[in-house]
Every structure is written in structure tokens, then in C-alpha cells.
Ligand binder design. Structure first.
Ligand code: CMC
Length: 370
């Protein structure tokens, strides 16, 4: 038995939710470029869960259901009031999502219908949790979700307490479309492994959130903004990038396990970063990002991934940096739940093997003689 480090190139599941073939990402057969330009996040959620784009009536039905499910049980909001002020926002989200299960009477109902209803609740309540926590830690009261608003509109409204400008809601909506699913990425795999034991959907999504938190996965978007700020201004880029590469350190927002000639989502976020920056009269982060990209690609052949330009997009939208990865979770919840439902449909426990490289032939010695 020989292990493949990081399971690189290993095909560990079949899926009809999304695919990456020759650098092209599709959700249920629809090219991400097409969806990014034309679909709303709610249409994408429907597509991922049900395998087809919704009719107008189906879309209205889903939006109504999401809207009606967006309020979070009061005890979960209360729990968040007791979290330490300096808690990591993804740790907060992980714990809060886990606690949602305690207040859902259907938490352990494994029927397909109940699992779909829980997917709706998770998708609807994650944005509410994140916005509520962001306000609680500032000593403000959480804001209840607004009837009739999309997930993107509602999140910005619950976060800031004011109606978002249409251009802001549209930008966030597009970012949500772009992050919604990504084949067997680390967090989705974690979610699938968890539910393949026939554990519940809340456990699966909680595992996935834990995996998304890491800087090699979803945590990279926050790390990119830290890097941009650390660099400070365009004239420091050259020295910063070269010394990072000389020290063989990672530049956040670059590289990908699957895409070797570019992440198809990055160009959309780059365009959004430019457009939002121009609208706000501040292209500093965009321009710095473009310069970093040119240098890193030139020196190392690495291309930006989805996280690189999301950092400047979210910053320009006025979103606090530590909410970037939770926003990724809002979006990816749609993919996680689609994969979890798919796993339940055709389940077998996921239990690979490990190549043992430890000591052998050890003999027990009583503790007094060690
Ligand atoms: N900066 C500098 N060098 C890099 C980077 C980077 N961002 N990414 C890869 N490399 C180098 C790496 O050092 C190695 O070089 P060498 O062969 O000379 O030792 C080579 O490229 C292969 O890299 P790897 O780390 O073995 O690749 P991997 O497939 O195991 O990791 C990755 C993929 C995305 C974790 C990695 O590229 C990385 O750490 N990137 C930075 C973190 C990041 O942006 N993560 C977001 C990923 S995309 C969205 C998401 O999943 O959330």
C-alpha cells in the first residue's frame, strides 16, 4: 500500500453536482462563466439541489422558503452573546451552525424530505448567524431578516442595518454564484466523509466549515487581504514577493491543486474588483493585486485562484476582513448540502487505508522500567 500525499489525482467519489474538466468548471453541466454572467445565487442553489434550473414558480417557491427559514432560533443568538470577543469568526460560525441542530426537531430525521428542509434552513440561517455575530461583537442588536430580499441583499442589510445599493447586492450575489460549488474540494470532502457514516446534515456542514476555515482553503481570502495590507503600497510589491518566494513561502490566493493554467472564477472577481474600485474611487487594492499577479505569474508561473481578487472585492464592499471566509461558507453551503444529499442517495462509508510508516516490533515495558 503506497499513500498519495494529499490524495492528489485520486478519484474518491462520483458526483453529478459539479465538475472540473480541462480547467472548465461546471455546475450540473452549466459553465461557471455562463452562470456568473446570468444566474442569481438562488437559481444556482436550486440548480445544485435539484439538478435543473428552476422555472419562475419554482424559483419564487425556493426564495419564499429561504426567506421564511432565515430567522435563527433565539437560544443560538444568545449563545453567540457569550462567545469571547476575540473569537475567530469561522470558529464562531462552526459552533453556531453545530448548535442549530440542537434546536431543530428534524435534526436526526434522515428522510430525503427532511434533509432537503434542513438544507433550506442551513442555507437561510448561515447568513443570519454571521450578520448577527458581526453586530453582537460591536455591541449592536442583531437585525431580523427582511421579507422578500435575496440572500445577498439580506446579508448586507442584516450586517449594516441599511439597504444595500443594488450594485453592491449584485456584486455579492455574483461572488456567491462563483463560490457555490467546486467538485471534491477539501470542505466538501470533509462534509461527505462525515455524512457517509450516516451522521446528520448539521454534522456534515459543521465538518465542512471546519475544513473551509484553513488558510490553504477558504481562509485564503482573508489572508490575501492581510498580505495586501502588509505590503502597504505598490512600490513594496517587488521586494515583498521576491523575498517570500526566496524563502519558499506561500503567497496567498495563488496556485491550485486542480487548475494549473488558471482558475476560471478569478477573472470574474478581477473584473468585479476593478468595477467596484472604480465606482468607489479607490483602485488601490485592485491595482496592487494586478501588479502582484503579474510578478507572481512571471516569476513562478502561479495563477491567482478564486480567493485572490475576492479579497479586494469584499474590502471594497466594506465587509470586515474576518467575514470573508464566512461569506465563502454562505455560498459553499449550497454545494456542501447538494453533495451531502447526493452522498445519502447512494451511500457507502468512506474509509480509505493508510500506509503505515511507524515503528514495528515494539515490546511493552512496564512504566517503572521505561
Ligand atoms: N505561493 C508560492 N508557491 C506556491 C503556491 C503559492 N501560493 N502554491 C503552490 N506553490 C508552489 C509550491 O511551493 C510547490 O513548489 P515546489 O514544487 O517548488 O516545491 C508547487 O507550487 C506545488 O505546490 P503544492 O503546495 O504542492 O500544491 P498543492 O496542490 O498541494 O496545494 C494550494 C494547492 C492551493 C493549497 C497551494 O497552491 C497553496 O497553498 N496556495 C495558497 C493558499 C490559497 O490560495 N488557497 C486557496 C486555494 S483555491 C480556493 C479554495 O480552495 O479555497
Amino acid at each position: 500500500m503506497t499513500a498519495t500525499k494529499g490524495l492528489e489525482g485520486i478519484v474518491a467519489a462520483t458526483t453529478s453536482v459539479s465538475s472540473i474538466v480541462d480547467g472548465v468548471l461546471t455546475y450540473r453541466g452549466y459553465d461557471i462563466d455562463d452562470l456568473a454572467e446570468n444566474a442569481t445565487f438562488e437559481e444556482v442553489i436550486y440548480l445544485l439541489w435539484y439538478g435543473k434550473l428552476p422555472s419562475q414558480a419554482e424559483l419564487t417557491g425556493l426564495r419564499t422558503e429561504l426567506n421564511a427559514s432565515a430567522a435563527v432560533p433565539d437560544p443560538v443568538i444568545d449563545i453567540m452573546r457569550h462567545f469571547p470577543e476575540r473569537a475567530h469568526s469561522m470558529s464562531v460560525l462552526r459552533t453556531a451552525v453545530s448548535s442549530l441542530a440542537l434546536y431543530d426537531p428534524e435534526a436526526d430525521d434522515m428522510s430525503k424530505e427532511a434533509n432537503l428542509r434542513k438544507a433550506v434552513r442551513l442555507q437561510a440561517q448561515i447568513p443570519t448567524l454571521i450578520a448577527a455575530y458581526a453586530r453582537i461583537r460591536e455591541g449592536k442588536s442583531p437585525i431580523s431578516p427582511k421579507e422578500g430580499a435575496s440572500i445577498a441583499e439580506n446579508f448586507l442589510y442584516m450586517l449594516n442595518g441599511t439597504e444595500p445599493k443594488p450594485v453592491e447586492a449584485k456584486a455579492l450575489d455574483k461572488a456567491l454564484v462563483l463560490h457555490a460549488d467546486h467538485e471534491l474540494n477539501a470542505s466538501t470532502f470533509a462534509g461527505r466523509v462525515t455524512v457517509a457514516t450516516l451522521s446528520d446534515i448539521y454534522s456534515g456542514v459543521t465538518s465542512a466549515i471546519g475544513a473551509l476555515k484553513g488558510p490553504l482553503h477558504g481562509g485564503a481570502n482573508e489572508a490575501v487581504m492581510n498580505m495586501l495590507e502588509e505590503i502597504g503600497s505598490a512600490e513594496n510589491i517587488d521586494t515583498y514577493v521576491r523575498s517570500k518566494l526566496d524563502r519558499r513561502e506561500k503567497l496567498m490566493g495563488f496556485g491550485h491543486r486542480v487548475y494549473k493554467s488558471g482558475d476560471p472564477r478569478a477573472k470574474h472577481l478581477q473584473r468585479m474588483s476593478y468595477e467596484l474600485g472604480k465606482l468607489n474611487g479607490n483602485l488601490k487594492w485592485y491595482e496592487m493585486s494586478v501588479k502582484i499577479e503579474g510578478l507572481v505569474t512571471g516569476l513562478k508561473g502561479l495563477k491567482p485562484n478564486v480567493d485572490f481578487y475576492s479579497a479586494s472585492v469584499y474590502t471594497t464592499l466594506g465587509i470586515p476582513r474576518d467575514l470573508f471566509t464566512p461569506i465563502f461558507a454562505i455560498s459553499r453551503c449550497s454545494g456542501w448540502t447538494a453533495h451531502i444529499l447526493e452522498q445519502y442517495e447512494n451511500n457507502r462509508i468512506i474509509r480509505p487505508r493508510a500506509e503505515y510508516v511507524g515503528q514495528s516490533d515494539q515490546k511493552y515495558i512496564p512504566v517503572d522500567f521505561r
